[in-house]
Write a protein that binds this ligand. Structure first.
Ligand SMILES: *[C@@H]1O[C@H](CO)[C@@H](O)[C@H](O)[C@H]1NC(C)=O
Ligand SMILES: *[C@@H]1O[C@H](CO)[C@@H](O)[C@H](O)[C@H]1NC(C)=O
Ligand SMILES: *[C@@H]1O[C@H](CO)[C@@H](O)[C@H](O)[C@H]1NC(C)=O
Ligand SMILES: *[C@@H]1O[C@H](CO)[C@@H](O)[C@H](O)[C@H]1NC(C)=O
Ligand SMILES: *[C@@H]1O[C@H](CO)[C@@H](O)[C@H](O)[C@H]1NC(C)=O
Ligand SMILES: *[C@@H]1O[C@H](CO)[C@@H](O)[C@H](O)[C@H]1NC(C)=O
Ligand SMILES: *[C@@H]1O[C@H](CO)[C@@H](O)[C@H](O)[C@H]1NC(C)=O
Ligand SMILES: *[C@@H]1O[C@H](CO)[C@@H](O)[C@H](O)[C@H]1NC(C)=O
Length: 531
């Protein structure tokens, strides 16, 4: 091999895109704020009065306007943002279900959606998130495209051959093959189903996702309608993406859901089974069945490959806002504490912290700006929870330590994860003469601090803590006071950082990857001397 070829190989290594590509392990300790681009923030100067509740057309949010309003998300302690799909959508006349302001009505997946900005705008957003040490998660739709008839003109899509789609049929929800191959939507807005068994579709999507992830330095993917695609498609697709994949597997059936996590499927899924259990246990009014949650914790531990990667939520663009189902604010505070303090990745849907209370689609996709991004009680709660969770992730093995249930009472549950005891109740705001007695692993007289109020809680005899609700049904997050040093919480000074987080922080693995690239190109150059 000549010196010139050697040099070319070495130069190539440096010219390779610096891929951030975050793995499941790097996502475990993150927390995610979910936004619908069209609804999160307006560009400067836009009319803020154009997006009343239930609007089914574009309200004007863009990738740039999100980038200009990231402080609100970062100040709340989030370490990742999930954005609605970026691909080109249907641009025809408004349908009976409105326009695709949400981004899920895919036309040509290989093009960006110019409604939300340019390629540079999306890169700027990605760069800005990385500059802040945050990850970018992009929502992708590969199950289907959108049409306005069941015989659409295929030339407008990324895949143009009839053989690349499953033939039209109505889903039979008792038949898995039918769920995978028949069409979502209806005859007004059908969603033609891609033939994800077809090798040209597999390779087309593989190439597409590989270049999308590289081009925009995407750190993770949220996958729409994952259970409507043959499971075997996912390891190939996500392998080509090279980043963490979390799929939407809608439904409360845990056995069905658990099939979708693993090396033969996806890294993770959105935790619909736990969402259902949280509704059963915590909504007011509701069945108030706390056993549903303890039972689900046990089932998830037994059935999922890794419950510490599941995406925990109580709201998203497809389900009613929590406040629409449960008006007592304490019920929201308690489920939020659960989602932040249990196994998995907490996800907060924009506006949850602003008291939004819309019902199903389109009422759960409110414009964010009328809230004025206020520093509400819920905003402060999630800030404290993020700060505490980030501290635990940074400094302990908390994220990989499984949650244990300490107590199940008709009024709530107590859990232990790592060194943290959380007590969540479903009694609501009015004070009640009720208590939840909890046996902790701590010796009598150990000083615990409730990180939500900074009150001290000495442990009683035999390790007991008695959560009393004479001030109403507030959640408790108790942590040994001596371990709060450097947490930045409750009067302790801020963290000095530490090894765990650093190993997964962006700036450190960037050079590692380019060094690896140099190494491999040198190896290649060396080997090619002998060819
Ligand atoms: C956005 O990206 C373009 C092209 O890379 C660059 O010229 C511009 O300065 C960026 N804008 C901001 C605000 O980062
Ligand atoms: C299940 O659905 C598939 C796809 O529509 C169909 O071919 C198959 O016959 C169905 N099986 C049963 C038992 O109905
Ligand atoms: C409460 O949930 C448990 C676990 O899911 C279930 O077995 C039980 O039947 C439920 N109780 C009621 C009253 O619905
Ligand atoms: C639930 O949402 C619907 C539609 O957005 C709204 O009319 C209703 O007032 C909401 N209910 C509550 C309790 O917030
Ligand atoms: C929100 O208010 C709390 C309490 O006053 C304050 O400590 C915090 O800094 C505020 N957060 C922001 C982002 O302004
Ligand atoms: C609270 O309940 C306990 C036992 O259930 C009772 O002994 C006590 O008097 C009650 N306290 C008040 C203030 O009602
Ligand atoms: C002491 O705590 C254990 C659980 O850790 C419990 O089973 C036992 O009943 C408690 N003993 C007394 C006397 O409260
Ligand atoms: C976690 O560690 C990183 C890297 O040292 C640091 O930037 C960040 O502020 C820390 N966060 C918390 C909440 O401790």
């Amino acid at each position: 091999m000549s010196h010139a070829a050697f040099l070319a190989a070495a130069l190539l290594a440096f010219a390779l895109p610096l891929v951030y590509a975050a793995s499941a392990d790097q996502w475990r300790g993150r927390s995610i704020y979910q936004v619908i681009i069209d609804r999160y923030a307006l560009p400067d100067g836009a009319d803020p009065n154009q997006c009343p509740s239930g609007t089914r057309t574009w309200c004007g949010g863009t990738w740039n306007s999100l980038r200009q309003n990231l402080d609100y998300i970062q100040d709340a302690g989030f370490t990742a943002v999930w954005i609605s799909p970026v691909s080109q959508n249907y641009e025809g006349p408004s349908t009976p279900y409105g326009d695709p302001y949400h981004g899920y009505w895919i036309a040509d997946a290989s093009q960006l959606n110019s409604r939300f900005g340019t390629s540079d705008d999306l890169k700027n957003l990605s760069d800005e998130l990385h500059r802040r040490g945050m990850y970018l998660m992009v929502d992708v739709v590969v199950n289907d495209v959108m049409a306005t008839s069941i015989t659409p003109d295929l030339s407008t899509y990324m895949f143009k051959e009839q053989s690349q789609y499953h033939p039209y049929c109505v889903i039979d929800w008792s038949n898995t093959t039918s769920e995978e191959q028949c069409w979502l939507g209806d005859t007004v807005v059908p969603l033609p189903d891609l033939n994800t068994e077809d090798p040209t579709v597999v390779s087309g999507f593989s190439n597409w996702i590989q270049s999308l992830v590289k081009e925009y330095n995407i750190d993770g993917l949220r996958i729409d309608a994952a259970k409507h695609v043959n499971i075997g498609f996912w390891p190939v697709f996500c392998g080509n993406a090279g980043v963490f994949c979390i799929g939407e597997v809608f439904g409360s059936d845990i056995d069905d859901a658990a099939l979708y996590q693993g090396s033969d499927a996806l890294d993770s899924i959105l935790n619909y089974p736990m969402y259902t259990a949280l509704l059963d246990a915590f909504t007011i009014p509701g069945p108030q069945n706390t056993s549903a949650v303890t039972d689900m914790i046990a089932q998830e531990a037994a059935k999922f490959k890794d419950p510490t990667l599941l995406g925990n939520f109580v709201e998203n663009q497809d389900v009613p806002r929590w406040a629409n189902l449960s008006t007592d604010p304490q019920s929201l505070y308690n489920v939020m504490v659960f989602n932040f303090m249990t196994d998995g990745i907490p996800i907060v849907y924009y506006g949850q912290e602003q008291g939004f209370d819309g019902n199903s689609d389109p009422y759960n996709r409110e414009a964010m700006w009328p809230s004025k991004y206020a520093n509400t009680t819920t905003y402060q709660l999630m800030t404290t929870l993020n700060q505490f969770r980030n501290f635990l992730v940074n400094n302990t093995q908390w994220a990989t330590t499984p949650t244990q249930v300490l107590t199940t009472s008709p009024y709530g549950i107590a859990t232990l994860k790592g060194d943290c005891v959380s007590i969540m109740t479903n009694i609501g705001s009015p004070p009640q003469n009720i208590s939840i007695p909890v046996y902790t692993p701590y010796p009598a007289s150990t000083s615990l601090t409730n990180i939500l109020t900074c009150q001290q809680w000495p442990v009683g005899s035999n390790g007991t803590i008695d959560a009393q609700y004479s001030l109403g049904g507030v959640p408790l997050v108790l942590y040994p006071t001596v371990l709060l040093q450097n947490s930045g919480l409750c009067g302790n000074s801020g963290t000095t950082g530490s090894t765990n987080y650093v190993s997964s922080a962006l700036p450190t693995y960037r050079p590692v990857i380019s060094l690896l690239a140099v190494f491999f190109s040198l190896l290649l150059a060396y080997l090619s001397c002998f060819m």
